[in-house]
Design a protein. Structure first.
Length: 609
């Protein structure tokens, strides 16, 4: 490659160079003209005096006309000379001001570069060092004056020299034909004492005319690499400790589960003996405590399996709606103890059968529904499932569990899905539990390719939801029941959510549903239907209503001749009403939360009564 000499640029007064040269030429020309005129005037006067006696007329002309004319010429040229001097002075002053401004700007730029944290290196087109700032001198241990003129390779470890020099050489050779060099890479630098160190090097090219100039920003990565190594070691230690903890918990859980199964088996055998009521109550308490303890053990074991990556999901066809209803039935006893309504509803667009892991999905539902009942003292727990997306291979289902419980404080929300976490210490004392349910649910849903979250307002309740993708099963959607098409059914329930869900189920089956919120409106609706010649074929009554309960309403209906023939179906969240319901004329009684299949069967049977 030819030796490239960088072009020198005069940036002080370059724009005014031609003007200054012109002023100087005018000044010299005017000065020379005055000198010539002075010499000519003197020479003419000498000649006039020499011939004064013989040529009187010429002498008169020389003494009067010629000097006067030359005086005007001298005055004009002197003025031009003065103007040229003034212009030259103004130009000189402007140049001095410009030089001062450029000098101040250069000092500012030099101060900025010298105070940079990163090293700055100026390189010419031949790959030679021109200057190093203070940071670069400190990083490499190379004084700028001694490094000037040497190859850039003195700052690089041998294995990186050819790579960097080649980049610069190729960039210098193709100036003007391709975009300027702009490269950032991680290499190893070389200090003056011969030690190598990790270095971040960003090289950029500035083209001035046809001459390339390169600037490299250098950053010592020694401390950064050390910190990254420490973080990696800390992470590895934490992961090892976490694995050890999970293994320990798994072993302990297995060791505890075996005797617990023995205890629960013996309690079950004791129940078959001839025991007093007090002894049976003791066994009930022992069984409940055993179930709670076994649930905690199962949670710990599941978490350890998930964290160790040993938990596998199954692929089975199952009925999603039935699964939701089964879980609701499991937590219904706890809800009845608190006089809570549990309502489940699956939208009609959700396929009745899907493919996935029903056991793990049931586990998630049980955790979320159980929490909803646990943290709700009055009101209701509503479980809804709907289709959000589908294609020929899979469907996406969103399930949400809404309660009217205590809600969650915003600052606590961030930790809810962390292991062994509850809202606060008082939560554990009041409600019990390990805080593992939500974290297990989150991990399981994520393993299924879904997501989980919640919305909550303190004192108003919470809605926990999850989306999960399940494979399509080879089944068709539920058909309208021909036996129920056009059948008029009256729904009586003070709970708006219950009314809405029962109505949707009946409409889905082809029936015509009318809803009322109490006994008085129900009686009025029954009478109006008879008067219009379109009596209701069935009335579904809620057992627990504020003014008149379901049994009392049934007695009123059966005692009214005009509407006494209406078949009655009872729904109760407090257990089966038994003999009282039968005496009141109730045909069928169902326990809330009502499963869709059982409700359908009961409606069909009620119509035939």
């Amino acid at each position: 490659m030819p030796n490239v000499q960088p072009k020198q640029f005069d940036l002080t007064c370059a724009p005014r160079r031609s003007l200054g040269l012109g002023v100087i030429i005018v000044f010299l020309f005017a000065f020379a003209s005055i000198l010539v005129d002075v010499w000519l005037i003197g020479h003419v006067q000498d000649q006039v005096h020499m011939h004064a006696n013989n040529h009187y007329a010429l002498t008169e002309f020389a003494e009067q006309g010629l000097p006067q004319a030359n005086a005007w010429v001298l005055a004009a040229k002197a003025s031009a000379l003065l103007l040229a001097v003034l212009i030259a002075l103004a130009f000189a002053r402007s140049c001095l001001q410009k030089i001062g401004q450029l000098a101040a700007s250069r000092e500012r730029n030099r101060a900025i570069v010298d105070n940079m944290v990163d090293g700055a290196i100026h390189i010419d087109g031949n790959g030679r060092l021109v200057a190093l700032n203070a940071a670069a001198e400190r990083i490499f241990g190379q004084p700028s004056k001694e490094a000037r003129g040497q190859s850039l390779s003195i700052l690089l470890a041998p294995e990186y020299r050819q790579q960097i020099e080649t980049k610069i050489r190729l960039a210098a050779a193709r100036v003007g034909s391709e975009p300027p060099l702009n490269a950032a890479l991680e290499v190893h630098g070389l200090r003056r004492n011969g030690t190598s160190f990790p270095l971040y090097l960003a090289i950029s090219e500035v083209v001035m005319g046809n001459y390339p100039v390169f600037t490299a920003i250098a950053r010592d990565l020694t401390e950064t690499k050390r910190q990254m190594q420490e973080l990696a070691e800390t992470r590895d230690k934490a992961m090892a400790a976490d694995r050890a903890k999970s293994q320990f918990l798994a072993v302990m859980s297995h060791e505890i589960r075996t005797p617990m199964n023995g205890v629960m088996g013996m309690l079950d055998l004791l129940r078959d003996g001839n025991l007093s009521e007090q002894q049976l109550a003791f066994i009930d308490t022992a069984e409940k405590s055993s179930n709670v303890l076994l649930g905690i053990i199962n949670d710990i074991l599941d978490l350890s399996k998930i964290e160790s990556g040993k938990l596998d999901l199954q692929e089975l066809d199952f009925n999603l709606g039935a699964t939701i209803e089964e879980v609701a039935a499991l937590v219904a006893s706890s809800a009845r103890e608190k006089d809570l309504e549990i309502v489940t509803f699956v939208e009609s667009d959700v396929p009745p059968r899907v493919r996935g892991d029903p056991y793990r999905l049931r586990q998630v539902l049980n955790n979320l529904m159980g929490n909803a009942v646990k943290f709700t003292n009055e009101g209701e727990v509503v479980v809804e499932a709907r289709l959000t997306e589908a294609n020929n291979d899979w469907i996406e289902i969103k399930v949400q569990i809404r309660d009217s419980g205590i809600g969650i404080e915003p600052e606590i929300a961030k930790t809810l899905f962390q292991p062994f976490t509850q809202a606060d210490a008082s939560t554990t004392r009041r409600f019990g539990g390990t805080g593992l349910g939500l974290v297990i649910s989150k991990r399981l849903i994520e393993m299924m390719g879904g997501e989980i979250g919640f919305d909550s307002r303190l004192g108003e309740g919470s809605t926990f939801w999850f989306r999960v993708r399940l494979a399509q099963a080879q089944t068709s959607t539920e058909d309208i029941d021909a036996d129920l098409v056009g059948i008029r059914v009256l729904i009586v329930d003070d709970n708006r959510t219950n009314r809405m869900i029962l109505e949707k189920y009946l409409v889905r089956w082809g029936a015509e549903a009318t809803t009322t919120d109490g006994a008085s409106t129900a009686l009025k609706a029954l009478h109006q239907a008879v008067e219009q010649g379109k009596p209701f074929r069935l009335a579904i009554l809620d057992m627990q209503m504020p003014d008149i309960d379901g049994i009392e309403l049934a007695q009123l209906i059966k005692g009214d001749v005009a509407i006494a023939n209406t078949p009655l179906l009872m729904l109760s969240s407090m257990g089966y009403p038994g003999e009282d319901a039968r005496r009141a004329g109730i045909v069928i009684s169902l326990l809330k939360p009502v499963r869709q299949a059982l409700l359908h069967e009961a409606v069909v049977k009620g119509l035939g009564a």
